[in-house]
Design a protein around this ligand. Structure first.
Ligand code: NDP
Ligand code: MG
Length: 383
């Protein structure tokens, strides 16, 4: 099959999603890399730049950028840094799609600028839609760009919706959750959880922040808010599905439920976002349904994992509350990882920030960035 060339910019190319995106680019000749970016891992970024020959690489950390500039002096690759550099990478001429695989709200501004520049977005950075969903989806419509989900659940929903011509046919979204490493435990059993415990995920190999978020169900909460913007409904049901085989489903008005199943492997949703509407062959990791005796579905324990209830509260309140939820969590996870906050303290910090900070309806980008700062300062202030 001869494929039309695809030109991508990868924001966060040294991370879990970023490296798997490059695995796909390595496998498919027609996928060309125009820009790469990392926060500080210049050793890997240099290797990636030499392999994929992008025009530009961005390093968020300025002093590391200077170091990389010296290392890449024998190549034509331009090295930029900081927030403006990330925006330059997101808007690079010649790229048609931006893979947003940075972690946290740092993905929001570059994505907004990329959409304004007419780039399609392969969206892994859920924080973008959680905080600025109303802005990004409106801009995407105005600029006629696609937002293609990379998050496995949202990709599953998107795949299940192929062939659905009228969104009013969707009754509800069935969002599956693995339940994380502490499934079945009660609150008092979680008091002494350490970062090491929280970094062990049963089914997925992901970056540290999203792994901790998966264990608290904050990640599922963020995904509920992400789904709201991607699929235009707040009617979302979370189901704990320990095997991570059914990646999510859509229930339609005639009660049909269409789901996407597969082995837990992020390369499929990443690849589908890059090749949509086509499907291309993928080596390895076929789903062997005979290997699973049972596929189980359970209600989440929202008494223990109360962050999920807070996420639904934020979804219901709308406005700036999803940003407060997200940013309080970013700060709280950071503190937890440094041993400055207990495990249950993460969800408690979100709860406190949400009750402390007043809602703003239809927040502007500036409101979102200010609230991000305020929520983080509030949580860091608890140290
Ligand atoms: P990682 O922590 O593995 O990677 C993050 C990447 O972003 C790295 O390249 C990192 O650079 C870079 N980065 C981090 N902070 C900044 C910053 N402030 N400015 C610029 N670049 C930065 O994360 P993941 O790949 O796991 O996750 C990325 C996004 O994808 C998250 O939003 C996550 O929720 C989402 N996601 C991830 C999944 C997964 O399986 N991993 C599944 C579904 C969604 P460096 O290496 O130098 O630190
Ligand atoms: Mg997910």
């Amino acid at each position: 099959m001869i494929m039309e060339e695809k030109h991508i910019s990868v924001l966060g190319s040294t991370g879990s999603i970023g490296t798997q995106t490059l695995e796909i680019a390595r496998a498919y000749e027609h996928i060309k890399v125009r820009a790469l970016s990392a926060r500080s891992n210049i050793r890997l970024l240099e290797a990636q730049a030499r392999e994929f020959s992008p025009e530009l690489v961005c390093v968020a950390d300025e002093s590391k950028a200077a170091e990389l500039k010296v290392k890449l002096a024998d190549t034509p690759v331009k090295v930029v840094s900081g927030k403006n550099g990330l925006i330059e990478a997101a808007c690079i001429g010649g790229a048609d799609t931006v893979v947003t695989a940075v972690v946290g709200i740092s993905g929001l501004e570059p994505t907004v600028e990329a959409v304004k520049a007419g780039k399609n977005i392969a969206l892994a950075n859920k924080e973008t839609l959680v905080t600025g969903g109303h802005i990004v989806t409106k801009l995407a419509e105005e600029n006629n760009v696609k937002i293609l989900p990379v998050d496995s659940e949202h990709s599953a929903i998107f795949q299940s919706l192929q062939g659905c011509r009228d969104k009013r046919e969707i009754k509800r979204i069935l969002l599956t959750a693995s339940g994380g490493p502490f499934f079945g435990k009660k609150r008092d059993e979680l008091k002494n959880i350490t970062p090491r415990d929280a970094l062990k995920h049963p089914n997925w190999d992901m970056g540290a922040k999203v792994t901790v978020d998966s264990s608290t169900l904050v990640n599922k909460g963020l995904e509920v808010m992400e789904a709201r913007w991607l699929f235009g409904t707040k009617n979302i049901k979370v189901l704990v599905h320990r095997q991570s085989v059914v990646h999510s489903a859509v229930e339609f008005c005639d009660n049909a439920v269409i789901a996407q199943l597969g082995a837990p492997d992020m390369r499929l949703p990443i690849q589908y976002a890059l090749t949509y509407p086509e499907r291309l062959p993928m080596k390895g990791n076929e789903l062997d349904l005979f290997a699973y005796r049972d596929l189980t579905f359970e209600e989440p324990d929202t008494e223990t994992f109360f962050a999920l209830t807070l996420a639904f509260d934020a979804l219901g309140a709308g406005g700036i509350m999803p940003t407060v939820f997200n940013s309080a969590d970013e700060a709280a996870v950071d503190m937890f990882m440094r041993g400055k906050l207990s495990y249950l303290g993460i969800s408690e910090a979100i709860e406190k920030a949400m009750s402390k900070i007043k809602n703003i309806e239809e927040p502007s980008l500036e409101d979102i960035l200010e609230t991000d700062k305020a929520a983080k300062e509030f949580v860091f202030g608890m140290e």
